[in-house]
Structures are given as C-alpha cells and as structure tokens.
Ligand binder design. Structure first.
Ligand code: AMP
Ligand code: MN
Ligand code: MN
Length: 352
C-alpha cells in the first residue's frame, strides 16, 4: 500500500498483516542528535531545495513550510515551496503564501518533507520517478511517522512541526524575521488550539514567547488562524452537530457530498472543525467524522479522550496522526467506511 521511498527504513508489517509503527520504549518518538547533524549537513550542502508539506494543509503545514523556505532562502539557496492543495485563504496574512506551488516539477538536489507522516501525504507533489534519485530530509512530529527520508528529524514530543523548524533555524543561526515568526506562531497556535492541547509543553510556550519578541502578534494570529470562520461553515458545523449520534461512547457524524451541495458549501474538503467539537461531549471516549470526497473515498477524522490512542487506529487504516487526534482515508461507500471504523473504535475502547 505504501509507496516505499528508496532510502527508507519504513514501518513493519506485523503477523496479523496490520502495519505497526516503530516505537521507542517510552511510547514516543524522539529524533536522535545524529539525525539533526545529518539534516543540517544536507541542508548546508544543498543548492536547490524542493520543500513539500502535506496535502490539505493546516496552519502548521503552511507555517512550517513558509518558515523553512524563507529561512533557507536567506542563506542564498534556491527553495521551491510546494503543496498539492492550495492554502486556505485564512492564511493570506502570511508572507510568501502565494509563492507556494502546486507542482513538484524542476531540478532539485534535495527534497525536504515537513509535517507529513508518510510519503502518501505529499500527494501529487512527490514524483516517484524523478524524486527517487534525490535524497530527502524529513522534519515531522507525528508519532506514526514512517521514517521515509534518508534522514528523519521526527519528534513526537513536539506539539507542532513549526517548533522543530524553529529549532532548526536557531541551530543554523538563521535570523528569525517578523515574517518567519508569524509563520511559526501560526503553526503552534493551530496545532495546539492556542496552547490547550496535551501536547503543549513549557518549551512550546517559550518558543511562542521568542516568536512574539521577534514580531509575531499572538492575538492577531489566533483570531485569523483559529477563531474567524465563514458564516457558511458555522451552518455546516451546526448541521453536522445535529446529524451526529452518540453510541457506546462514540460520537460520530457523516458528511455526504449531497449534504455539502445542498448547503451550498464551496469548499470540497474538510469538516469545519466538527470532530474537534464532537469530542468535547463529556460522554465521548472517541469522536469520528466521515467526510465523503468528490472521488467517493471517505476522509475520517478521529479524536479520543486522554488514555486512548487513535493514532494506532488511523495508522492501521493507512493514515496517521497523534495519540488523541488522527485521521485516515477509507474507500467508499460511506456505510462500509462507517461500519469498519466504528467496529475498530469499539475494540479500542473495550481494550482500554
Ligand atoms: P484532522 O482531523 O484533519 O485535524 O487531523 C488530525 C491529525 O491526523 C493531523 O495530525 C493529521 O496530520 C492527521 N491525519 C488526518 N488525516 C490523515 C490521513 N489521511 N493520513 C495521515 N494522517 C492524517
Ligand atoms: Mn499538519
Ligand atoms: Mn503538525
């Protein structure tokens, strides 16, 4: 199922045929000092870099990509920033967002993947024939990362990839401009829901403080990246909430193409934050939102209460994420996707 990148030491298949992600004894993923040194070596030597973030990009994807791109450009390197899908217009306040391309064409001597847990998350930007000849450095914070690069700087203790890029820029003595600071703080604010997630650490707060001192506005970024939404999406969220069901500690909702069309929602993807709202039910051990894509496949967003782990569930279905927030894409039709996932989530709760 996974396209293997030639330099990869990837995820293993277990006896039951399900993919297991490699895990340290502490159940976390921390990148070695060696990986940092190797990554820096690759970056210092590179002249033409293709930097790629994951499809359907969120604030951390866009923020960490822009900060990396601008930072490396300040060293005189040619950096092309790319993502399969365009950034949401809410991120138009970020400098450089219009320089992000939706193609991976060109001649490059280094690929850099940011905030992506596996090669599939790079979507159409990764060109298997051309790019397999070029080394890849991975910067990421997903516990399910498949270590698909030649060098993998993966720290699942980091609340965002933006914090990892901040560390990289500091290590390389790259000046954090106001523009870079705003990009990185955007990533931190969106992935921590403004410092409210269990992934938020004192180091997250210290980084945010440094970024504010470098010129990023906390209140403005929080408002633009997290709070403001279209009136349409409020209706959409309300409809999703009304259509949701609570069953055995699982709150779930399905969003079909027809619902989206009937409501006149312009965006083809996304759940408008529905799964994050459903998991706020006190009765919920898990929440799932099933979104039907234009091609008939089903995007599944997953959340769980502390003590449970949806990252393993998502990973088994070819997706990934974090312990309490993860996702995957299943084949349609909707009813089959819902049945498969609910059965797996019930097992997760039973085996707790
Ligand atoms: P979301 O529900 O879209 O906010 O995603 C929650 C987390 O799951 C994020 O860390 C995503 O990167 C990850 N995720 C969502 N969908 C997928 C997918 N199809 N494959 C891998 N990871 C995913
Ligand atoms: Mn992301
Ligand atoms: Mn992230």
């Amino acid at each position: 199922m996974n396209t293997r990148y030639p330099y990869t030491a990837g995820a293993e298949e277990s006896d039951d045929g399900l993919q297991q992600f490699p895990e340290s004894e502490e159940g976390e993923r921390r990148s070695s000092a060696r990986a940092w040194v190797d990554a820096e070596g690759y970056l210092r030597r590179a002249q033409r870099i293709l930097a790629i973030t994951h499809l359907a990009p969120d604030g951390d994807a866009i923020g960490s990509l822009l900060a990396f791109g601008r930072g490396m450009q300040s060293l005189g390197k040619a950096v092309t920033m790319a993502c399969q899908d365009a950034a949401h217009p809410r991120f138009n306040y970020l400098g450089g967002v219009h320089d992000i391309r939706q193609s991976g064409d060109g001649a490059f001597d280094l690929l850099v993947a940011i905030d992506a847990s596996d090669l599939q998350r790079l979507g159409t930007i990764f060109l298997p024939v051309e790019h397999s000849r070029v080394p890849m450095v991975v910067f990421d914070h997903h516990i399910t990362n498949t270590q698909f690069g030649a060098v993998n700087v993966v720290d699942s203790n980091s609340a965002s990839s933006s914090e990892i890029i901040f560390k990289l820029l500091r290590r390389m003595d790259i000046h954090i401009t106001g523009e870079i600071a705003s990009a990185l703080l955007t990533g931190i604010i969106t992935d921590t829901l403004a410092f409210r997630t269990s992934s938020t650490t004192p180091e997250t707060l210290a980084t945010a403080m440094d970024l504010m001192r470098a010129g990023a506005s906390l209140h403005d970024i929080t408002r633009r990246a997290l709070v403001l939404r279209s009136y349409d999406s409020i209706h959409f969220l309300a409809a999703g909430i009304m259509a949701s069901q609570l069953d055995d500690g699982i709150v779930y909702a399905t969003i079909t193409r027809k619902m989206r069309k009937d409501m006149g929602v312009k965006e083809e993807r996304g759940d408008a934050g529905l799964v994050g709202t459903l998991i706020t039910a006190m009765e919920a051990s898990a929440a799932a939102v099933f979104v039907e894509n234009p091609d008939g496949s089903i995007d599944v967003g997953l959340r769980c209460a502390p003590g449970l782990d949806v990252s393993q569930v998502a990973f088994e279905f070819g997706g990934g994420g974090h312990t309490v927030a993860a996702g995957c894409t299943l084949p349609g039709p909707m009813r089959d996707a819902v049945n498969r996932m609910l059965a797996r989530l019930r097992r997760m709760i039973r085996e707790q």
